[in-house]
Every structure is written in C-alpha cells, then in structure tokens.
Design a protein around this ligand. Sequence first.
Ligand code: G3H
Length: 541
Amino acid sequence: MNMNERLVSMLCDEQDVPESYRAGRAVVQREYLVDGELREWTGPMQDVYSPVFFVTGSGHAARLLGSYPLLTEAEAADALNAAVRAYDNGTGAWPTMPIEARIRCMEQFTQSMLDEKSSIVNMLMWEIGKSHRDAELEFDRTVEYIRDTIDAVKDLDRASARFTIEKGIIGQIRRAPLGVVLCMGPYNYPLNETYTTLIPALLMGNTVVFKPPRMGVLLHRPLLKAFRDAFPRGVVNTVYGDGQTVISPLMGSGAVNVLAFIGSSRVSNIIRRQHPRLNRLRCILGLEAKNPGIVTESADLDTAVQECVLGSLSFNGQRCTALKILFVHSSIYEPFLERFSAAVTQLRSGMPWEPDVFLTPLPETAKADYLAELVKDAEKHGARVVNEGGGVTCHTFFHPAVLAPVTPHMRVYEEEQLGPVVPVVRYDDIVTPLQYVADSNYGQQVSLFGRDTDTIAMLMDAMVNQVCRVNINSQCQRGPDSFPFTGRKDSAEGTLSVSDALRVFSIRTVVATKGTDSNKRILREIVQDRKSAFLSTDFIL
Ligand code: G3H
C-alpha cells in the first residue's frame, strides 16, 4: 500500500467510532454569557466542522459538530459594559472581595469543570483533532494549573499581610487588579492556554470578556453555566464571532485595561493598536516562535532523534514551543537523517480516538495546502523530502515531511510552519545556527544536543541572551507550569508561569502614612475593626 492508500484506509464510517468517543448530535449553541445571564442568540450562526472526515454514502465528508453565534458589535458592547460595571472602577463586589471568598468561587467553578470533564475532552478532540489522550492531558493540566494558582495566590496574599516601616513611613503593599481583561486563546490549546490567562486574571480581582479561538469554541459551552453560577454577575462574559466585528469595537472603546492574547504577532498588533489610549493598555502576549534544535557533533543520536521527533511532531507540530527547524552538524548529518526518518515512519497515524495515535488530522482547513506549498518551495530550491510518504495528504491529514537539506533561500527556513513539516539544515560551522537565532524575529526557546561540555556551555551562554529557555538534550516545552514561559522579540510580551501570571494581571499598590501617633491609631482601628478590604493583616491558613 502506498502512503496515499494508507491515508485513505484510515478513514472510517461514523458507526465504527467506539460509542464512548462518538460526537453525538450536533450542538447548536445559541447562548452566550453576559452580565450573569445566558442570553439566547437568534441571529446568524457559524457552523463548526470537525477536521475528521468520514466515509459516507456520497463520498468523504467532514463531520458537522454544531454551530455558535455570530454576534454583532451590539452584543460585544453589552459584554464589555457588563464587565466594566462589575469592575465599577475597582469598587465592584469582585475586585473588593476578600481573596478567600474569590478562591471559594474559583473552587466551585473547578468542581463544575470536573463534572463536565468527559464532554469537554470529547469536544476538544472533535473540534481540533487532538488525540483523546492529549485532550485529556490538556484538561487535567488545566485543572492542576487552577489548583496551583489558588495556592500561589494564597502565598502572595500571605506575603503582603503585614506592614512595612521604612524611613518613618508605614506602608502596606499589596497587588491590586487592573480592571477589564480581554482574554483570547489559541486553537492549539483552546482550553489550557485560554485558562492560563483567564484564571489568574479572575483570581486577582479583574473582570473578564472572553473570546474563544476560531476553532475550539463548542468545548467551552458546558462551562458557561459554571461561570454564571460560580462568579458574581458580569465578572465573566463571552463573545463569539468574527474578530473584526466583535473585538475591534471592544478595543476601540478604550475600556479594556489588559489584553491577554495568545496567537500571532500580526493579529496582536492589529488588536492592540485599536486601543485609543495605549499607555493604559497592558498586554500579555504569547506569540509565534521558530525554536531551533541544534544537534552538535557530540550528540547522543538516540536521545537527539527521540527528542527532536517529540519536539517537532507532538500534536502534529502545532505547538508554539515545537522545534520548527533542526540544525545538524555535517559529521552526523547522514545517520541523524536516516534515524530521524525511520522514527517518523514508526509514528502512528490515525483518528484521534484511536489508542496510541500520534499523528492526527489538522483543524485549519487550508493548512495541508499551505504545508504542501512550503514543501514545493523547498524542493524548488534544492531540498527533498527524505522520509517515506512525506507530504502526502488526504483531506485534512498531512503526513509529516522531513525536508533536507534546507537553506536560507527557502520559505520554511524562516516561516513558522506550525504543522508537520520538519526542515533540517546541515551545518559545518556553529556560527550558522548561532547567527540564525540572532537574525530571527523570534526568541522563545532552543534545544541543544551534545555531550561535550565545552561546546554545550559555550552555546548555552550564547543562547541565554537570545531566547528565554535553553533546553539541553531535551525538546522545547512550556511545562512545568511553575517555570517562566515567555519569549524575546516577536515571540511574547510578559511572562506566564503560575506565579508570574498573578503578577502580570495585577499591579503593586501601596497605602502609606507618616508614622505619627495619630496615623498609627487610624491604621490600628481600620485593621482591628476590619474596616478595609485592602488594609488588613489577616493571614490565610
Ligand atoms: O503552543 C504552545 C503551548 O504553550 C505549548 O505547551 O510546550 O507544554 O506543549 P507545551
């Protein structure tokens, strides 16, 4: 069977899907959450198709999963106004609520989320083609992230539950919320990456307007009720639809205080520039990257191949942290390519519910065409696909293409492919990958492979001032979530880790007074009689 036949043979009849993974009836989501109400939308809807194709009586067809509202500027304004009212210039019930009470709301939400686990995981799988195992991991990681964030917010509160006396001034320093946060996550981690901004933003006392990514919308539906029931009205609001229609007026209003956006730098620039008062806007951005793997002469080939396969092709290479270009020293170039191609051939392709499946269909409709263009362009400039069946497509499935030798004339040398194309560059002089990183528009992470400590130390020292994480004999990755996750240049703005995220969604704020007897009496009375939500020495246990 050639690769094309193999890919076609992966397609099945919908009846062949094991019952517990079936998509079920199409979900017509008419409701959206605004001001503590699930409002019903009667206007135009957006159909949602799965990247999974089935064999039907009339040929191969993508599965219709459901539809969601295409809201207009008016509903977006309602959502924003609800968030503005709930914040109420920092005097609303949520921003002034004691942290312990906010934590209780978040715990209630987490419990409701756990109750909906199976439907969220299943829809995550159907909407973006993520394997069921990875969808489950994404869900579990998100719940763990919420729990860790709750612990971190308690720590933060404990650390500020005291007065500081300095040069005759008495002060209490705490972190205060920033206002209304617009949260927009990416399609590749529509649950996890959205919630890694939304949850800390909420816990710090901000109110939120949340727009799910274009792909990965319906999976959030079971959580709308959970948001409504767990938080005061207006604290969480949702918008759906075309970004130009619903996001532009929100930003143009000037009422958004924080933009939390994970996606491309092109789109983030369009969105942020719409804000009329840029100095008021804080931006927390996770953007694109082109993380290189540098395989040096002394690399252990088994480790390098294994980590480069995982790094470049986990979730079909659709991770911002994926290894998107490999530089391999010419002395080991041939054996590396041979083993790498063999390892890619071993990867299991199939449908997302299949056990141990590794490569699955891609959710972006034109993605396979785009990747094919990259391959064609590289071939035109002298590269070839070195693995069996590389680049063969079947509807939304694109069999990984390992391209070598890649040179600077090719588009794939610079463009972020975010998909299963692996460009391999042969180098003689270590200056080649070093210069690549220095010239790149991106600066997220790098992976170094080698055993010679002189070389690794030299490369590490050169790289730490170019990127934000240097991985040794390991693929690039975001986790563990307690580690800082950020990037230089066009790759990010602000740092996200469990504890850093709490900082980026808040600002250090001080109440201070000269240490006179009368001022001390005032402070004492306010604290003892618990007259203030801010000024307090309560210690969360
Ligand atoms: O797409 C970017 C994700 O944050 C990657 O996370 O490295 O843990 O897969 P990960």
